[in-house]
Design a protein around this ligand. Sequence first.
Ligand SMILES: Nc1ncnc2c1ncn2[C@@H]1O[C@H](COP(=O)(O)OP(=O)(O)OP(=O)(O)O)[C@@H](O)[C@H]1O
Ligand SMILES: [Mg+2]
Length: 170
Amino acid sequence: MEAPAAPHDAGDLQLTVTSPEQMRELGRRLAKLLRAGDLLMLSGELGAGKTTLTRGLGEGLGVRGAVTSPTFVIARVHPSLGDGPPLVHVDAYRLSGGLDEMEDLDLDVSLPESVVVVEWGEGKVEELTEERLQVVIHRAVGDTTDEVRQVTVTGLGERWGAVDLSVLAA
Ligand SMILES: Nc1ncnc2c1ncn2[C@@H]1O[C@H](COP(=O)(O)OP(=O)(O)OP(=O)(O)O)[C@@H](O)[C@H]1O
Ligand SMILES: [Mg+2]
């Protein structure tokens, strides 16, 4: 019998993360791959760990301010403490249109010069750019007290074609 088809694209990376601390560590590793102009789209249900991952990203990028859930603001800018790019953390949940609405938000920062991380961006960021890193976080079991998460990282477009995502694996 033939082997079953791979359930994901060849370029995907699948990881099992077993604690919030490990999710932060994944964010810190991810930060090393990022540069100005990059867009990250984070998907996953409520409480999946998107903001926890972003916290690690902020640590890895060395930006100012604690990364928290931007529920009452649509986007928050974390300037670099060094000479790296700022982190723009977006909660697109209440953005009705696309991310172009962000241009009306008066962010004191240029998006092409930032690392932009978007939670709840499905159906909103795709039209903006074909170059993006998609991170999908799933609870391994339905139980909301369980800490195991399945994470799939997919690089889309030329920017990510040559990037070896396996450095993210522990
Ligand atoms: N493996 C894990 N990775 C990340 N968070 C975990 C993990 N296990 C448990 N948690 C807990 O789950 C919660 C995740 O919350 P977080 O705010 O990061 O989720 P979110 O995906 O951003 O949710 P929302 O959709 O509300 O923005 C935290 O309380 C965290 O401690
Ligand atoms: Mg969140």
